[in-house]
Ligand binder design. Structure first.
Ligand code: NAI
Ligand code: MG
Length: 354
């Protein structure tokens, strides 16, 4: 059966790294996996400059029936305010398709050096709530342009929203079968209403998983624990903002933002899920051909897993690890001089024999 993939390359380095992800999929198809079919959509900040919106009003319906979405990165902050492409594209996709889990694996790969001295065992997953919380989008401005101007943006935690993402995290801790440890981020000491409910739901969910350790840290202390003892963590579950922060921190601990993939999942599979690198559109290095494509290629790996292409996914992971461990082909963020395409080519060349 053909896997139909909606491809949204985005802006700046988005298309550069997505090209390498597609290269990997095409190579896999040549090796007998798939087949894959692609529909490309030029949405993002550039599309906004041409049409006045980062995607068409019926954009969600256009791609609703695809099997998965491969996304590069959006944003052109010099010319388009970030909130335009973020609210008008990213958040529409995540909320509109009920992609309530943002899954961000953090693993220090062989041959890559963590900025933390002496740490070589980093392997955890951040499960970030992706549809509500601090990024609910609810709020507004009043008395704009006057001295009385005010702004509000409401944090929304629902029982259903917290429970479903926590259950996903505890199930994942079971599946991973390692430390079986869930660590939740909270801030119920200061944000007592919303994170009070979050903590209550956590206690209830934890009760149903006696075989999974449950821990809870306030977000400020959490960021410190993650630096001091990254090897202790297994599955992290967090609200939208806290999960955003912890996964960027995790990506940095694992060597580079250019290495960290993510998946925006609708675990019910009623809507398509979206796979992307964690990083943004990196306008500072766009057009130079030096962006690290590994985050996008590992996002392709997550996409393959989601589509049930387990052997193809395994090969992608193994090929990436082999090339990084060898250390011959590296982009600048990893201390090398190779181009985006050279690293993509090196990974493709390994797919056959791993
Ligand atoms: P960024 O992630 O684009 O860049 C941060 C730093 O990391 C930059 O120095 C960049 O050169 C470097 N970097 C990022 N990806 C890299 C890669 N693959 N290889 C090597 N180096 C890499 O974050 P920033 O600068 O805050 O945002 C730039 C634009 O991206 C903004 O418009 C922002 O809104 C957007 N953005 C989009 C996201 C998305 O599409 N999901 C996520 C985050 C930001
Ligand atoms: Mg982020």
């Amino acid at each position: 059966m053909v896997h139909r993939i909606a491809v949204i390359p985005g802006d700046n380095i988005g298309p550069e790294v997505v090209a390498e992800g597609l290269k990997v999929l095409r190579r896999l198809q040549a090796l007998g996996f798939g087949p894959f079919a692609y529909d490309e959509y030029p949405w993002g900040a550039g599309y906004y400059l041409k049409t006045g919106a980062p995607m068409p009003a019926d954009g969600l319906d256009t791609i609703r029936d695809c099997d998965a979405i491969l996304f590069g990165a959006h944003g052109d902050p010099q010319r388009v305010p970030d909130r335009v492409s973020s609210q008008g594209l990213m958040h529409k996709l995540r909320k509109g398709f009920q992609q309530y889990v943002n899954l961000r694996p953090v693993r220090l790969l062989p041959g890559v050096v963590s900025p933390l001295r002496g740490k070589d065992e980093i392997d955890f997953v951040v499960v970030r709530e992706n549809t509500e919380g601090e990024y609910s989008g609810m709020g507004g401005r009043l008395h704009a342009g006057t001295p009385y101007e005010l702004a509000t943006q409401t944090t929304v935690i629902t029982r259903i929203g917290a429970e479903r993402v926590m259950r996903f995290a505890f199930d994942l801790a079971r599946q991973r079968g390692g430390k079986k440890r869930a660590a939740a981020a909270t801030k119920s000491n200061a944000l007592s209403h919303v994170f009070g409910l979050w903590d209550e739901v956590l206690a209830e969910v934890a009760n149903d998983y006696p075989d999974v350790e449950c821990h809870k840290f306030h977000i400020d202390a959490f960021t410190v624990h993650l630096i001091n003892r990254p090897e202790w963590f297994d599955v992290i579950v967090a609200s939208n903002l806290f999960g955003d922060i912890l996964s960027d921190e995790g990506a940095a601990l694992a060597g580079s933002l250019g290495m960290a993939p993510s998946a925006n999942l609708d675990p019910t599979r009623r809507h398509p899920s979206l796979f992307e690198p964690i990083h943004g559109s990196a306008p500072d290095i766009a057009g130079q051909g030096i962006a690290n494509p590994v985050a996008t290629i590992l996002a392709v790996r997550m996409l393959l897993d989601w589509l049930g292409e387990a052997e193809a996914a395994r090969r992608v992971q193994a090929a990436v690890e082999a090339v990084l461990a060898e250390g011959q082909v590296r982009t600048r963020d990893l201390g090398g001089r190779s181009t985006t395409a050279q690293l993509g080519d090196a990974i493709c060349a390994r797919l056959e024999a791993v």
